[in-house]
Design a protein around this ligand. Sequence first.
Ligand code: BGC
Length: 774
Amino acid sequence: MTAALSDTPNAMSRRRALSSLAVLSALGASWFSAPRAKAGPVQTRSSAEHAALIETLIGQMTIDEKAGQLNLLADPFRFRPYNVNPLDAFGDPARTTDLIRRGLCGALFNGVGAEAGRRIQRITVEETRLKIPMLFAADIIHGMTTVFPVPLAEASAFDEDLAYRTARVAALEGAVSGIHQAYAPMVDVARDQRWGRVVEGAGEDVLLNQRLAAARVRGFQGERGLADRDALLATPKHFVAYSAAQGGMEYNTTDMSEATLRGVFLPPFWSAIDAGALSVMSAFNDLNGVPTSGNRRMLTDVLRGEWDFKGFVVSDYTSERELIAHGFAEDGRDAARIALLAGVDMSMVSGLYLEHIPGLVASGDVPMARVDEAVRRVLATKAALGLFDDPYRGMDPERERVVRGAAAHYALAREAGAKSIVLLKNEGRVLPLRREGQKIALIGPFASDVDNVFGPWTIWGDEGHRVSLEAGFRAAMRRPEDLVVAQGCEVEAALSGGISAAVVAAAQSDVVVLALGESARFSGEAQSRVEITLPPAQQALAQAVAEIGKPMVVLLRNGRALELSGAVKDAAGIVVTWFLGSEMGNSVADVVFGTHSPSGRLPVSFPHRSGQQPFSYDHKTTGRPANPALASEEYTARYRETTNTALYPFGHGLTYGEVRYSAAVLSSDTLTWNGEIEASVAIQNAGTVPVVETVQLYIHDRVASLTQPGQRLRNYRKVAIAPGATTTVTFRLRRAVLEFVGETGAMTVEPGTFDLWLAPSAQVGTPTRFTLVR
Ligand code: BGC
């Protein structure tokens, strides 16, 4: 990791001037004398009073203090346990303490804990010249102490209410730990499963990303305003198109048309801001030749000009310094100038703003007005959070002990986990398993594992509360002794005697459950893969166990869509369990033993082969559309080895019921320009258990001035259907649902014919046709 400040002459001389005694006096036990956190929402001044206060402060600030408010520092080890004072971990705590005391550091991140927070806040409010409170930020991605399913998993629930509730609890646990800002949600639409950060978002579809972005922002920020002690400022990231990295390789360049940028990658950010997000993180990638952290068109023209965004933009970890490596800035001074003028208000970790803003203003390269604008945005956010009224807002060590990891939070984690599981295949109704009267062999590297239940991007999850599959299964079984467990292999390597022990276990059992997949380290930042397959050691284990001939269910643990092959692909049952967090084993057992009929749907398509990436269900038809029924048709858009469809498409997911769709019915086959029609479908549950079905509305614009995807999800709804019942689901359609981004970048609707599907997933069913007339 990069040091907090670059080793420039300025920084070095500043460092030499620091006294190592400073930190000792700063960290005395005097935090005890600080006022206790209030028990309810903090009282704020009126917005007019805040505005006046901010202008007074800006009038009083030196240029160094202004640069300081825009300077965000991190703990270089980054992932801090609770209440280890982040200042102790800065490599040079004296320097950091001195910067804080001199008003040269306005925000800190990834150091948490109410006690530590109070200690640092006391320095800003009692020892700095202008007493401007510190802003504390943290990477709270899918829970805090209580770990929820990874965002991609949770997206499978197609459930905004669930996303809202888990974000709310994460905010509760974060805010009580002294945090004000969450670096989440990640709203990057991810269409290349090689890219490791697919796991952090809502998958490949635009609409699902938009809805979940808004839900998560509302969940983090709560309903009572940002000044509420339980609210966290949300930070949609990474602005923008970061996920379009060429070749799926992390940090790679991105290059795309205006229509794709505005039609695919910008909408979730718009939804997040529309839902009230008051900060945005700029990204690492360059976009059409202009790095996004120096991209004035995106950060200022679009974000401010078109969208009227009022919050502040924070760079991603040193992304403004990376303008140099991009070949877009000469040196640190140039990088700071470009980023600031482009619209990055706060600099993360590089220290470039602190170092260069004074000189840039003195030379006239950056107008003071731009610095004041950035400072005003940061101070306005601190005011909105209530920090000028109660700098210790939320930081209550006693409440912290009660709130973090509360029983209700784990119950929510279990519910969210069960709702995130996707049943891909269930031949011969091998699932659900019986709680008794069946011997089960649980085999694989994830059978008893607890190190990979959280998944990537957790920092403060309670490692004492991680439910393995084995523990979940035993708790669910009436006769736990009917479970036999064998590891079989390591995640990526064979285990001496592993396969033979697994084969023995399988032979003694009535049914085999294979727990296979990726470890947490396979996905997340910088974890791009060339092939999205299972490691050979696991594939060999699956093959050997399958040969015993027992009914076999594969439980996949994964942070992306995978290519399935051989015995894994051929297993009677395939269940996508992702990384489900603290309660993983219980959530999986709830589904496997039938307490919860599976209801999750794939937010990413499972391709036939890795080489199909990038892939999304809503790809264009091309001039030579492939006909999957005629795989041998040579001169069409296909590969030698496979058609370009998905093995399991976006939206796919089975239940334990028997769901049957009738043909979609339209109230009219003509939609007038200002009119409305209804599209309905009758859905029957012919099975014996209740189900929750996710009905998906897809549309294809058959002829348009820009070619359109073969299908696009335009709406969806979840409905509960009792056994034997039939439910009719109706969607109203107005012309807005047919909008697309035209050649100029503006939203447009064109008259013409459209195909419509009401279906359980992409790629299935026969469309109904209607016409839009002007
Ligand atoms: C990631 C961001 C994260 C930041 C701070 C960066 O490497 O791209 O998503 O918020 O670090 O930890």
